[in-house]
Ligand binder design. Structure first.
Ligand SMILES: [Zn+2]
Ligand SMILES: [Zn+2]
Length: 343
């Protein structure tokens, strides 16, 4: 489930040896984001809750959602496709819960943040078109490389200058392609990047500013520019419903111990759970998977070839998910009496 084109670099008995082709290149295949752990945890949760079926005051739906890491180019997938196919329709859930493995926190801990927890994510492609010329005579053309270079610096400066700096945002350029030779200034340079925001209104404002800044820089160089922002395929801000958070955080504290539930800063990564949480009150939390004897600064991040899940975290993941479902249903059935079936 959601393996990535990463070659596993750890010497584990179960390390992936699979190789495949990805966008024309031979690559390894690795669960470098922990989605194998998520699958195992939800299967475990299903087993626990199936055993307690008679004591459940309602219905639980298990959503094994693929393609959180985005579907392949040109394909649909992820939360949006599942919503389109009716995952939230019959029965219509009153609340939805999710976890994600993160090595920032040690195994045994859970992290939960009410409100905006993870950023929106929109891919962009910027094409700068100049006029090709000999590099010895740049004034005879329009220098697309120089214009694109100014554009990189201007775009990443938008957060903090063009939109409210108190709300975190990131604009990053991840690739630049242009030119074939040292002595030819090319006609065209293509940049790709990502726009991240923790506020839906600011997300719109960032898109408008990216367009405006790109036009302005290109204009000043005599070049032209096309900015394509893939909002349709983007991820919204993952917003944790504050009321649901107040209600359910005590459950996390009960299963992990209050001192083991932390409130971290929001993350500028994204999760397409945001699509679910736009439609149903959502509760998204992080499961610490770093071994206790590894310092935070030493832990390999998600998507690293050295990403590692301390398996002692799996049990806590199952207990947390099962207890959230049990407590939520018990409270919905008898709002005055908080229940505690699982320790
Ligand atoms: Zn990932
Ligand atoms: Zn992931």
């Amino acid at each position: 489930m959601d393996a990535l084109p990463v070659t596993e670099a750890l010497d584990l008995p179960f390390a992936s040896k699979v190789r495949t082709e990805h966008q024309g290149r031979e690559v390894g295949v690795m669960h470098a984001c922990g989605h194998d752990a998520h699958t195992a945890i939800l299967l475990g949760t299903a087993e626990v809750l199936a055993g307690l079926r008679e004591r459940l005051a309602g219905t639980v739906v298990f959503v094994f959602q693929p393609a959180e890491e985005r579907p392949p180019p040109g394909e649909e997938g992820g939360a949006k496709l599942m919503i389109g196919e009716g995952v939230l329709d019959d029965p219509r859930p009153d609340a939805i819960f999710a976890l994600h493995a993160v090595p920032q926190h040690p195994a045994g801990t859970l992290a939960y943040r009410p409100g905006a927890a993870m950023a929106s994510s929109d891919r962009m492609r910027v094409t700068v078109t100049g006029r090709q010329t000999h590099a010895a005579y740049p004034w005879l053309g329009v220098d697309s490389i120089a214009a694109a270079s100014r554009l990189v610096l201007a775009l990443q400066a938008i957060p903090g200058r063009e939109v409210d700096a108190r709300i975190p945002a990131v604009v990053s350029i991840g690739s630049i392609h242009g030119g074939l030779r040292h002595n030819i200034i090319p006609q065209e340079v293509e940049l790709t990047g990502t726009i991240r925001s923790l506020d839906p209104a600011q997300r719109e404002a960032l898109h408008a500013r990216v367009q405006r800044v790109a036009r302005g820089i290109a204009d000043s160089a005599g070049a032209s520019v096309r900015v394509e922002i893939e909002t349709e395929r983007g991820y919204p801000v993952t917003v944790n419903d504050p009321e649901l958070g107040r209600r359910m955080r005590p459950t996390l504290e009960r299963v992990a111990g209050a001192e083991n539930v932390v409130t971290p800063l929001p993350r500028t990564g994204s999760d397409d759970f945001g699509h679910f949480a736009q439609r149903v009150p959502g509760f998204y939390f992080w499961l610490g998977v770093r071994p206790q004897d590894v310092a935070a600064a030493e832990a390999a991040p998600n998507h690293s070839p050295r990403f590692f899940v301390d398996e002692s975290a799996l049990g806590l993941g199952v207990r947390a998910m099962a207890a959230l479902a049990i407590d939520y249903l018990a409270q919905a059935a008898a709002p005055s009496r908080g229940d505690a079936n699982i320790e």
